[in-house]
Ligand binder design. Structure first.
Ligand code: RTP
Ligand code: MG
Length: 143
């Protein structure tokens, strides 16, 4: 398996619940390393641009409203098979269908406010990492 990078966002609902540390701990326990991290209150333009693939979907406006409703924590996670591993840790999009012990099962209640985002492919990851971080902001781990 290859070492990959993936983009993770701790969404406004989870930040409001004060569970940033609990969620980051899940990543660290699974051997994913944080190589970039920032807190940001997204603008409509930033959130809409990030979720541009969903522009025509009926939930797009609600999604942008939610993602701009409070600050988020944006991270780049690095590790073996990071994209799929992060998606496994997150659980299904709808928390009601998420496997027990996943982040969405434990920290979210509804599909609209589901605690975390994670890139869904290595191609999405490359695009999403570059959307939020410059090369200089990525901190390779040397120890
Ligand atoms: P994300 O992009 O946030 O990691 O979530 P995901 O891949 O699991 O789901 P995706 O299909 O990319 O949808 C993005 C976000 O839009 C909201 N959504 N609502 N009401 C609905 O049917 C619906 N479907 C999706 C969710 O908040 C989802 O995380
Ligand atoms: Mg998605």
């Amino acid at each position: 398996m290859a070492v990959e990078r993936t983009l993770s966002i701790i969404k406004p609902d989870a930040v409001a619940k004060n569970v940033i540390g609990d969620i980051v701990a899940r990543f660290e326990k699974a051997d994913l390393k944080v190589v970039a991290m920032k807190m940001v209150h997204l603008s409509d333009e930033q959130a809409g641009g990030f979720y541009a693939e969903h522009k025509e979907r009926p939930f797009f406006n609600d999604l942008v409203s939610f993602m701009t409703s409070g600050p988020v924590v944006v991270q780049v996670l690095e590790g073996e098979d990071a994209v799929a591993k992060n998606r496994d840790l997150m659980g299904a999009t709808n928390p009601k269908e998420a496997a027990a012990g996943t982040i969405r099962a434990d920290f979210a209640q509804t599909i609209d406010e589901n605690a975390v985002h994670g890139s869904d492919s290595t191609e999405s990851a490359a695009r999403e990492v570059a959307y939020f971080f410059s090369d200089e902001e990525l901190c390779p781990r040397t120890r």
